[in-house]
Design a binder for this molecule. Structure first.
Ligand SMILES: NC(=O)C1=CN([C@@H]2O[C@H](COP(=O)(O)OP(=O)(O)OC[C@H]3O[C@@H](n4cnc5c(N)ncnc54)[C@H](OP(=O)(O)O)[C@@H]3O)[C@@H](O)[C@H]2O)C=CC1
Ligand SMILES: CCCCCCCCCCCCCCCC(=O)[C@@H](N)CO
Length: 324
């Protein structure tokens, strides 16, 4: 009888405890705090939606904020609104991230960056069969290639600054559609999945420079861009994306900033996003031994939940086709 008790005790307490201690020692990269106050935060797509909300938060926390987007009047409006809300002056640059020379010029003029937020993004959902190649290329160019342009241009300045200014950050705005492929999002999901490969490899390359990568995965978020998207979103895209609750731009910005400050690599924004992050953790870096513990302990059951979601989604697709 005592044996049974002991094996129950060792299984339910000692094994997890051992695992927790093991994870505490092996998680890499090590935890870090990225300062925001007095740092230079450069946000692309900062004139609208999530980027604008994040710019407000950073300015309120005492950062020197620079915004980059194309439309000059939207940039000016953003500058005014942040000045009004926080009393802080914001620097703005008009450039298209697809134009490397223009990006480089803006970044040089803006001065060395501590926190680079690659948030610009375009999303035009449509079935691949009907979507024009031009639109597909447009999403890849802005979302993926544009992010390469930004990082390539910003990195030399960011590296130089670290010894005096402490840890720096490169944050990249992905999407939950960058964790799971979704009907209507072949090009968009591909552009966002691409960012994950970029982010994982980049973290290896710049950890020694004390620069920390965060990849942010929002669900549907109420923004001007989302209002436009909704005008042409296929019904099935709506149905499947509704598996994750919608958020407000301010809430996503708050989660993003918390993720950046803690140097978190995978940054989910809501509960479904938390499940998705555990379900797709794979070989991504993990700084938190507690999150690593949750990932190891729940891997099987979260996979099962994922299979149930796919069962549900394929059911919706089948039903939709029958109705046509
Ligand atoms: N809203 C949502 O449901 C979700 C959004 N996301 C992601 O969050 C990010 C922000 O989205 P959201 O706030 O909704 O978008 P918005 O459409 O509201 O804002 C997009 C911003 O990006 C700028 N931008 C677009 N294209 C370019 C370009 N070629 N060069 C420079 N700047 C550009 C826009 O300014 P301008 O047009 O003047 O250039 C604007 O400031 C995107 O990466 C998006 O994929 C992720 C998940 C959900
Ligand atoms: C393991 C269990 C996981 C369970 C949760 C699954 C939920 C998946 C929902 C995905 C929603 C994708 C929304 C994309 C929004 C977006 O990027 C556009 N609005 C364009 O910006």
């Amino acid at each position: 009888m005592a044996d049974v008790y002991f094996s129950f005790f060792s299984f339910s307490i000692l094994v997890p405890l051992f695992l927790l201690i093991l994870l505490y020692f092996i998680v890499r990269p090590r935890p870090v705090r990225v300062p925001i106050k007095n740092s230079h935060v450069f946000i692309t797509g900062g004139s609208s939606g999530i980027g604008l909300a994040l710019a407000h938060l950073c300015a309120r926390e005492g950062a020197n904020v620079t915004l980059l987007a194309r439309n000059v009047s939207k940039l000016e409006e953003a500058k005014q609104s942040i000045k009004l809300a926080t009393g802080r002056d914001v620097n703005v640059f008009s450039a298209d991230v697809r134009d490397y020379d223009a990006v480089k010029r803006a970044i040089e003029e803006a001065g060395p960056i501590d926190v680079l937020v690659c948030n610009q993004g375009v999303f035009v959902p449509q079935e691949l069969e009907h979507q024009e190649l031009e639109e597909i290329k447009f999403m890849i160019d802005v979302n993926l290639t544009g992010t390469f342009h930004l990082i390539k241009a910003a990195l030399p300045g960011m590296k130089k600054n670290r010894a005096e200014r402490g840890p720096g950050s490169i944050a990249i705005m992905s999407s939950q559609a960058g964790q799971v492929g979704i009907y209507g999002y072949t090009a968009y999901s591909a552009s966002k999945f691409g960012l994950k490969g970029l982010a994982e490899a980049l973290q290896h390359e710049i950890i020694a420079d004390n620069i920390h990568v965060s990849l942010i995965f929002p669900p549907d978020t109420e923004t001007p861009g989302f209002v436009e998207e909704n005008k042409r979103r296929p019904q099935l895209t709506n149905i499947i994306a509704a598996s994750s609750g919608a958020m407000k731009a301010d809430e996503v910005a708050k989660k993003s900033l918390d993720g950046i400050k803690s140097g978190t690599f995978i940054v989910p924004c809501n509960f479904e996003g938390f499940l998705l992050s555990v379900g797709t953790a794979g070989l991504s870096p993990q700084r938190s031994y507690l999150m690593a513990f949750v990932e190891v302990m729940t891997a099987g059951i979260v996979r099962l939940a994922g299979l149930f979601f796919q069962w549900n989604w394929y059911g919706s697709i089948e039903k939709w086709h029958k109705k046509q």
